[in-house]
Write a protein that binds this ligand. Structure first.
Ligand code: SF4
Length: 351
């Protein structure tokens, strides 16, 4: 039965649900197929994006997030321009194809200008070679355009859930946290010209298999170019932590996340899919496990370690302090048996 679903070229909601609920042996078939699709459409390469966590200051108050505005126990920081440039130079020297600038959501001219200048500087220091992805929340079309014109060419804005009413349970019910606005922002990023990505959390309280199937159909409908999704990992200092007892066990959240990645690879064959750190929080091999089912992007954290500790969206986030050579060597060793290799100095974009 699952074989006929896997041989389909278009996937109905029912097909997706069946794949999400597949048993162990059927799941093995799904993973085999998705990994083959990854190899066919993206080759045997895994692309590097060096992650720079620019600032943990955020104007929003999402109920699941450790750095939400009202969490007074977070020590707030913004990395100096000099340190960002150093981190980008580090990525360039290690032959990373790209960097990702990620931060909480701040909408003001000072922040827009800072990021615009950083983009220009990073382009300059790398002779235009470092690709730049932004993940800085919802911004006006004008700001997005300025950053695009400065040289950033990818933008990740996670919808977190495609279910409008579930979104309302995860966010304050106000204009600042509007699902409709977020969808419009994703559309506006595409209009500006960015390679646009989105993503969801998997294993949220109140979330159903129907919701997850709809999430994948949402990504298909929006014709995204990239995706970053992973398991919901609770943070004790957030309102959503109160729902802890209603959560799926972490291993189930992990398994569902791998299935979501695998099915997305079947639906959107040539997009870039990130293997997210949240997977590693649950299982040490999490990021490689995601590659083995169809993900093709790894984002080593190159933020100075003293700041990494303060950028805790969820608990138990692994810190990178072992040195990047060791980390890349480790990835290399883990990727080898899969017949995969790190693509140095390449962007690996859809177009
Ligand atoms: S999830 Fe993003 S927008 Fe929401 S509070 Fe956290 S950093 Fe801010």
């Amino acid at each position: 039965m699952i074989k006929s679903v896997l041989n389909n070229n278009s996937f109905s909601k029912q097909d997706i649900k069946e794949l999400l609920l597949s048993d162990k042996s059927d799941t093995a078939l799904l993973f085999e197929k998705s990994f083959n699709q990854k190899k066919t459409h993206k080759g045997n390469k895994v692309y590097l994006r060096g992650l720079i966590e620019l600032s943990n200051i955020c104007s929003k108050n999402c109920y699941y997030c450790g750095i939400r505005r009202d969490n007074k126990r977070v020590s707030r920081y913004t990395i100096s321009d000099k340190e960002v440039i150093e981190a980008a130079r580090f990525a360039y020297n290690y032959n990373f194809g790209s960097v990702v600038i990620q931060s909480g959501e701040v909408q003001n001219e000072q922040n827009s200008k800072k990021i615009e200048n950083l983009i220009k500087e990073i382009k300059k220091l790398s002779d235009g070679k470092l690709g730049i992805t932004l993940s800085c929340g919802e911004q006006s079309e004008d700001t997005c355009k300025r950053w695009f014109d400065a040289g950033a060419h990818r933008y990740l804005l996670r919808i977190e859930t495609s279910n409008h009413s579930l979104y309302k349970k995860l966010h304050p019910n106000d204009d600042m946290h509007s699902w409709e606005k977020r969808v419009k922002s994703i559309e506006s990023l595409k209009k500006v010209g960015y390679l646009t990505g989105t993503g969801v959390m998997i294993g949220l309280p109140y979330q159903t298999i129907d919701d997850l199937a709809d999430d994948l159909l949402f990504m298909k409908k929006k014709d995204i170019d990239m995706c970053g999704m992973g398991p919901y990992v609770e943070h004790f200092d957030t309102p959503l932590f109160n729902e802890k007892n209603s959560l799926l066990p972490v291993n189930r959240r992990f398994e569902l996340s791998l299935k979501m990645i695998a099915i997305l690879r079947l639906i959107k064959k040539d997009i870039n899919i990130a293997s997210t750190t949240a997977l590693e929080t649950i299982r040490e091999t999490g990021r490689i496990d995601a590659i083995s089912v169809g993900a093709n992007i790894i984002m080593p954290n190159i933020t100075p370690v003293s700041y990494q500790k303060k950028y805790r969206l969820y608990e138990n986030k692994p810190l990178v302090n072992k040195g990047i050579e060791k980390l890349l060597l480790k990835f290399d060793k883990q990727l080898n048996p899969l017949g995969e290799e790190i693509a140095y100095g390449e962007w690996g974009d859809v177009r």
